[in-house]
Design a protein around this ligand. Structure first.
Ligand code: SAM
Length: 262
């Protein structure tokens, strides 16, 4: 890696373990006419393996200092774009690319994991699957099931669109420089069939409110809504207002918001 001065502020921990890289690409089935978006190619450790799919590849990197490492990847199907992924108008950038399915595969810059996920959800792009390296602690939250202490608003949001699995843990020594935390690779597969919420904006707001104070029960957090109606629905799921949001399943949340919204 020579003279390169890694920027901690940009989450620059480059993956150096080939076995991990192979496990990442083995976890998705990308075809030549598909499109992969990679966030933060860095010096191209993962890009090199993504190229093996011969699919269309679009990489967004904020740090132009890595240009010399990435130039050799560019061809008819591979573009490297030097922009802050969070400021990119994705729908607009993709409109001229012909592709079948869309995948997002990345070793994420951890300092913006949640904003990246929120952006992907909010752009309403039809993403078939994502395979993402994230901080292990975050992976536990994203893939958490009701009843676990890691279950929170983000677990519910993601689970609305995707089946989320924590595939494997990656030791910190697999990176250069070695970060202070362990990592994990998660896979999010688009749900082919999902229960629909009538008003997504309200759904997001309601779930966020239910989790406002994690230690408080639903009665405390949901004061501003029709508690009687909520209680009625909770009973169907063997829950009550005395329970905490961490015990409420996605189905139950959807049932409640669909009954509360017009
Ligand atoms: N993919 C490489 C690898 O696996 O070795 C690098 C991964 S490193 C954890 C994260 C990368 O994201 C860095 O190259 C960093 O410069 C880049 N990055 C940080 N913030 C970004 C942003 N807002 N938009 C695009 N790339 C960003």
């Amino acid at each position: 890696m020579g003279e390169f001065k890694h920027k901690h502020s940009l989450g620059q921990n480059f993956l150096k373990d080939k076995k991990v890289l192979i496990k990442i690409i083995d976890s998705v089935d990308v075809k030549e006419d598909d499109l992969i978006i990679e966030v933060g190619p860095g010096q191209g450790a993962l890009t090199k393996y993504l190229k093996l799919f011969h699919a269309n590849l679009l990489c967004y990197e904020i740090d132009t200092r890595v240009e010399k490492y990435l130039n050799s990847f560019i061809d008819d199907k591979t573009k490297i774009i030097y922009k802050d992924f969070l400021s990119v108008d994705l729908e607009n950038e993709l409109k001229d690319i012909k592709y079948n399915d869309l995948y997002i595969i990345a070793n994420l810059p951890y300092y913006i994991t949640t904003p990246i996920l929120e952006k992907i959800i909010n752009t309403k792009l039809d993403v078939k699957a994502m395979v993402l390296m994230v901080q292990n602690e975050v992976a536990l939250r994203l893939a958490a099931k009701p009843g676990s202490k890691d279950y929170g608003a983000i677990s519910v949001y993601l689970n609305y669109y995707y089946d989320v699995e924590r595939l494997f843990v990656v030791d910190r020594t697999s990176f250069d420089p070695i970060p202070k935390v362990d990592s994990a690779v998660i896979r999010l597969k688009k749900k082919e069939k999902r229960s629909l919420v009538k008003n997504e904006k309200f759904f997001f707001e309601f779930v966020r409110t239910a989790f406002t104070m994690k230690r408080k029960n639903l009665r405390n957090n949901l004061k501003k809504y029709n508690l009687e109606k909520i209680e009625e629905i909770l009973h169907k799921y063997n829950l009550s207002l005395q329970d905490r949001a961490e015990n409420v399943s996605l189905e139950c949340f959807i049932d409640i918001v669909n009954n509360l919204s017009k």
